[in-house]
Design a protein around this ligand. Structure first.
Ligand code: URA
Length: 485
């Protein structure tokens, strides 16, 4: 183990973190300290620019390295849940976060299941930090707006350069570099923030120092496009000023060209809503913010003809903080009767292949693109019917609501209906399977075939499709492990 640049003061240690978002550094130091039996109250964690800490302020130049664990020191225990939470929570701007996470790691050694105790104040605080960081990332994905600062020049092969200004609340910039790199892969862009900057030239990413708002431009022709787009998607029937401000706080407005339209659109909304109601086009109202509220709402949903049949809404099931969300098409006959997803033949096949891939279904949130069973009656039997594109699109509201609450890192869509529900357009499974697709909230979508499709095949075709299905699940399993750190 390398020597870390830390200070020892009497029985206290000061750990100077090189960067405020350096999880790996924190983890290495925390591991060594746990192995050496240094209790949380004897450590001060100091991030760059962060003073105000008693021990740190008193730190003398005659620094001593941290104690090194002996070769036979006990390995440090840390559950996957803790590691993934800590990796994200460490990006929070709360200066207490390093100490909090160390305390949790320390306590985990004696109480391995502590993360399951939702009433524990340390667990609760860590979850709050994690949630705030996710929310900040979500805002960044949604509200970063690039402006053209330099035209391209074919002769000198210079690309157009776009610059965005954003003010994150937490240290999320570096962690979100991959998202913007994938989404704007072919553009040359810079994201400037008061915490640092990112620069992508179409091939490499580099980091730069903190910037000021005046370093970023304020207006270009793209803004007209954004405004046009926003006006076209604006739905007056969904307008709830309070909810809108929560989702898109005013502080982001100044960097968003379309925000200039908001006052006018709000003023005109009342009139337009009445016109829509008259046309019978009124849409869903406020988004439910708990799974129980979604469950209740889908039972009453009659927005498409499927909800009018003699069936029951089937809600998704699984942990509310699942890293993996599995999405099928719609409940079948057995699921409709049991009120649970994937319990019939397709569910049994799915369970077997999940197990083979090493994916624990109980740790996943399992749901469907469409919440009601669509069928035609033939005598006593109810025969499955595929939902239409319009029905899937109408039901998207619910899956989006489930995703907003569960916040999975990875979504596995099985079959074309599920893929459409996640992407908003029809895709070919064979073209998109096997690689992640970035979703707008920073999670990843993986697409595979539906298990019912395998059930319908025979012979060599079934063998081949089963092999592909297993390969997709294995890739998902691997990716989940990577995401969990
Ligand atoms: N098929 C699905 O897509 N979902 C279920 O819940 C059951 C079968």
């Amino acid at each position: 183990m390398s020597t870390l640049p830390q200070t020892r003061l009497a029985s206290h240690y000061v750990v100077n973190l090189p960067e405020p978002d350096d999880f790996d550094f924190w983890r290495e130091a925390a591991r060594a300290l746990v192995q050496c039996g240094v209790a949380p109250e004897h450590i001060a964690w100091v991030e760059p620019g962060g003073s105000g800490d008693l021990f740190a302020a008193a730190a003398a130049p005659g620094e001593q390295p941290l104690p090194l664990p002996t070769a036979d020191a006990r390995p440090v225990r840390a559950s996957k849940r803790f590691v993934s939470l800590a990796r994200n929570a460490i990006l929070h701007s709360d200066p207490e976060r390093f100490g909090l996470l160390y305390r949790l790691l320390w306590r985990l050694q004696a109480t391995p299941r502590i993360m399951e105790d939702k009433a524990d104040p340390d667990v609760r605080r860590a979850e709050e930090l994690d949630k705030a960081v996710r929310r900040d990332s979500h805002k960044m994905h949604a509200f970063v707006r690039f402006r053209l600062v330099e035209a391209g020049d074919e002769e000198s092969e210079t690309r157009e350069h776009y610059v965005a200004w954003f003010e994150p609340e937490h240290h999320i910039l570096r962690a979100n570099a991959g998202f913007f790199m994938r989404r704007f892969a072919n553009m040359r862009w810079s994201i400037l923030t008061p915490r640092g900057s990112l620069h992508w030239d179409g091939a490499t990413m580099s980091e730069g120092p903190p910037a000021q708002r005046s370093d970023a431009p304020g207006g270009d022709p793209m803004e007209e496009l954004w405004r046009g787009y926003y006006a076209s998607i604006f739905n007056p029937a969904r307008l709830k000023v309070g909810a809108m401000l929560k989702e898109m706080p005013r502080k982001y407005w100044k960097d968003m060209p379309e925000a200039a339209l908001i006052p006018g659109l709000v003023a005109g909304a009342q009139k337009r809503e009445s016109a829509m109601v008259e046309k019978g086009a009124l849409e869903f109202e406020e988004r439910p913010d708990t799974l129980a509220a979604i469950d209740k709402a889908i039972r009453a949903c009659r927005k498409c003809p499927i909800g009018q049949l003699d069936n029951h809404a089937v809600m998704g099931e699984g942990p509310q903080d699942a890293a993996l969300m599995i999405v099928g098409e719609q409940p079948g006959d057995q699921e409709d009767q049991a009120g649970r997803p994937f319990v019939g033949p397709a569910g049994q096949l799915l369970d077997a292949h999940l197990e083979k891939a090493g994916i624990d279904r109980r740790a996943a949130y399992v749901t469907n693109a469409v919440k009601h069973f669509k069928y035609v009656q033939r005598g006593k039997r109810r025969l499955h019917q595929n939902p239409g594109a319009k029905e899937i699109d109408t039901c998207r509201w619910w899956i989006e609501s489930e995703r907003a609450i569960v916040g999975p890192k990875l979504v596995l869509a099985m079959g074309a209906s599920a893929a459409r529900s996640l992407l908003g357009k029809t895709v070919s499974i064979s073209r998109v399977r096997g690689a992640p697709i970035a979703l707008e909230d920073g999670s990843e979508l993986w697409v595979t075939a539906h298990p019912s499709y395998l059930l319908r095949l025979e012979g060599a075709a079934r063998e081949e499709q089963t092999r592909l299905f297993d390969a997709d699940l294995a890739a998902v399993r691997e990716r989940l492990a990577e995401l969990a750190g």
